[in-house]
Design a protein around this ligand. Structure first.
Ligand code: MRU
Length: 351
């Protein structure tokens, strides 16, 4: 296992092999295992089963996925090569529909590759562009952390949901990036990590990576959050996002519940996310929310918890109206919607 001195990086690219190496997140916290994807099918499986997960990490994986498809292509003519890369992009896009970063990472590398006129130049370009996507994500998360820590009091109890940490990004994290930057700045932080039913990203992953860094973390069940807020045990809620439209923040199912409760208790509710998570021309109604399998809810710890004939509804994400969001902490500062929509559009067009 990596030591806590080295940055926790869930997805890395090994050009010499070539392969994408990833932390098998479904196996945490019982065991820390790194696995390799030597082809796109294996990468797509790892994304579908949530070994690789979290919006920015999906962007990095998507970008490196196109680089992997380019390097492993045996096509001898450019048209065939471009067709193979485009099919790889389609496969990766089909894995998870909600996190917009996946599409961002894939499209960035695809667009770069399409500009090259030889296969060899296209392969080099694919790797360079995917590296750029990954490096930008690292810089972005650190910038989010810096902007975010400035709004926190010197001693702070933070509630978070799901995992918006290093494991969900290239490193550092978005919501957990704010927490890491706060700790670095000398702020005394206590984190409540909601367990995040049904797949327990908060209990399994957020607590694991914060404990690894020596940050004070307590796991609570999702249904305890309202009570903690009522008892005055939470100063601020900070969560990540999978997609931000002009009117809503899409994030792990349960986020909306925390936003409603935070607002009812006058507790600030912040979202930490990079600009690559904005989909500001879309509206909530345009977005497909991934629905996952019955098994994720019908079994717990290997035991069946729901009778066979009973129906299950398992959306992976919910939408929080922007009116409930105190601010969106980004690499370019903190924005509010809808007031900042034109500023967000202007920054997006410049980059
Ligand atoms: O289904 P997951 O585990 O991919 O969902 C992840 C989340 O909802 C995160 O909060 C979001 O992707 C932001 S990660 C910085």
């Amino acid at each position: 296992m990596q030591s806590s001195d080295t940055p926790l990086r869930p997805v890395t690219f090994h050009q010499d092999i070539p392969a994408i190496r990833f932390i098998a997140q479904t196996r945490l916290p019982e065991e820390y295992v790194e696995e390799s994807a030597y082809d796109i099918d294996r990468l797509a499986d790892a994304i579908r089963c949530l070994d690789i997960r979290g919006a920015p990490a999906l962007g990095v994986a998507g970008a490196y996925g196109i680089a992997l498809a380019a390097l492993t292509s045996t096509a001898l003519d450019l048209d065939k090569f471009r067709q193979e890369i485009s099919e790889a992009a389609d496969l990766l896009r089909s894995t998870r529909p909600t996190a917009v970063n996946l599409f961002y990472g894939i499209n960035r590398v695809l667009t770069a590759v399409e500009q090259e006129q030889t296969i060899s130049a296209a392969k080099d370009r694919a790797v360079n562009e995917a590296d750029a996507v990954a490096d930008e994500d690292s810089r972005t998360c650190h910038a989010i952390g810096e902007h975010g820590q400035k709004i926190l009091p010197q001693s702070c109890r933070i509630l978070t949901h799901c995992n918006a940490g290093a494991l969900a990004c290239r490193e550092w994290g978005t919501a957990l990036g704010v927490i890491r930057s706060a700790v670095q700045a000398g702020i005394s932080v206590q984190v409540y990590a909601c367990e995040t039913r049904p797949l327990l990203q908060g209990a399994r992953l957020t607590s694991w990576e914060l404990a690894r860094d020596g940050i004070d973390v307590t796991v609570i069940t999702d249904s305890m959050a309202a009570s903690l807020m009522r008892k005055g045990m939470v100063d601020i809620v900070i969560v990540g996002a999978d997609r931000i439209t002009k009117d809503a923040v899409f994030n792990k199912i349960g986020t909306y519940m925390h936003a409603v409760c935070a607002n009812a208790h006058q507790i600030p509710f912040y979202v930490a996310a990079p600009f690559s998570t904005f989909d500001e021309e879309s509206e909530e109604a345009d977005i497909i929310v991934e629905e996952r399998s019955r098994e994720e809810i019908a079994y717990f710890g290997g035991r069946r918890t729901i009778p066979d004939l009973v129906k299950v509804y398992n959306p992976a994400f919910d939408a929080t109206p922007v009116s409930l969001v105190s601010g969106i902490i980004t690499e370019h500062g903190i924005f509010r919607l809808p007031e900042s929509l034109s500023d967000i559009r202007a920054i997006r067009q410049r980059s």
